[in-house]
Design a protein around this ligand. Structure first.
Ligand SMILES: C[S@@+](CC[C@H](N)C(=O)[O-])C[C@H]1O[C@@H](n2cnc3c(N)ncnc32)[C@H](O)[C@@H]1O
Length: 271
């Protein structure tokens, strides 16, 4: 999806932000998985903060399932905030707050912070914002994730366009949604990154020597207290990410900028 006409820059950016997240609201697999686990949290009459409430789909589930005393919906995108006011402006106990979660100062202790800041490369969306909270929630949901990788021969995809020569043009780029994912089952071969609310982001050394194939496929897995919630096969909001393999070791890194992470990727030269 893209906006094809000229608009004032701020409006364009805010609309583009909304479009970027449409897939998350349409992902029924994710909503169901989240709902199943949220139902088991004992938080009746608690204070809940949703960090990045977007268009309010998960917010409705939080109201129904958790029955909080207060639900703060914190969102940085002003267009989404306008919609949240329309949806919940008259709902008792719901407070819509415009701004980044990093500057939100709740007036009372927070029992649960709910967030969906995972990107297709785990840390490439807004998880870094959670390291900068000015308050400490008692619990965070979901609280764990990992990024895994698989190596696949290019020939397995039998793609008439992405020949070896064309594939080589993508060297150095991480591209989501590129191949027909269903052709090769996802069987992760190594863990690249792990994140948890208690431990933050951890990088793992990955050495691909011994594995055959020219395509790297990355997939994210989201969990809560060890319970599996989502992966790219069951939750389409998180597509697989592909890149041409040009070595055995690589480095992924992230820099934080105004609420979001910017991603860097490079191959490490063999000695
Ligand atoms: C993937 S959507 C999730 C929406 C909703 N929580 C859900 O699960 O359906 C992420 C939302 O968080 C907002 N967001 C991202 N980073 C944020 C930040 N640092 N502070 C506040 N909102 C943020 C985005 O604008 C977007 O609306």
């Amino acid at each position: 999806m893209e906006i094809l006409n000229q608009l004032p820059e701020d409006h364009w950016l805010n609309l583009d932000g909304l479009l970027a997240f449409l897939a998350v609201y349409e992902d029924e697999g994710r909503l169901q998985a989240f709902q199943q686990v949220l139902k088991k949290l004992d938080l009746r009459e608690g204070v809940v903060v949703e960090a990045g409430a977007g268009l309010g789909r998960l917010s409705r589930v939080l109201l129904e399932v958790l029955k909080p005393r207060t639900l703060y919906l914190v969102e940085e995108n002003p267009l989404a905030v306008r919609h949240l006011h329309t949806l919940f402006g008259a709902t008792p106990g719901v407070r819509v707050v415009q701004g980044f979660i990093e500057s939100f100062q709740p007036a009372e202790p927070v029992d649960l912070l709910v967030q969906e800041f995972f990107g297709p490369l785990l840390y490439d969306e807004s998880l870094a914002a959670l390291e900068r909270l000015p308050f400490t929630p008692r619990e965070v949901f979901p609280n764990e994730g990992r990024l895994t990788v698989q190596v696949i021969p290019l020939s397995a995809f039998q793609d008439p366009v992405l020949t070896p020569e064309v594939w080589a043009l993508f060297q150095g780029a991480l591209v989501s949604d590129l191949f027909d994912d269903s052709v090769v089952p996802y069987t992760p071969q190594a863990t690249v990154l792990t994140w948890s609310w208690s431990g933050g982001l951890q990088h793992h050394e990955v050495d691909l020597s011994g594995l055959e194939g020219e395509v790297l496929r990355f997939g994210v897995e989201i969990r809560h207290n060890g319970i599996h919630l989502c992966d790219p096969v069951h939750c389409p909001n998180w597509p697989f990410v592909y890149t041409p393999r040009i070595g055995n070791r690589f480095r992924l890194s992230f820099t934080y900028h105004e609420g979001f992470s910017e991603t860097r990727f490079r191959w490490i030269k063999e000695p």
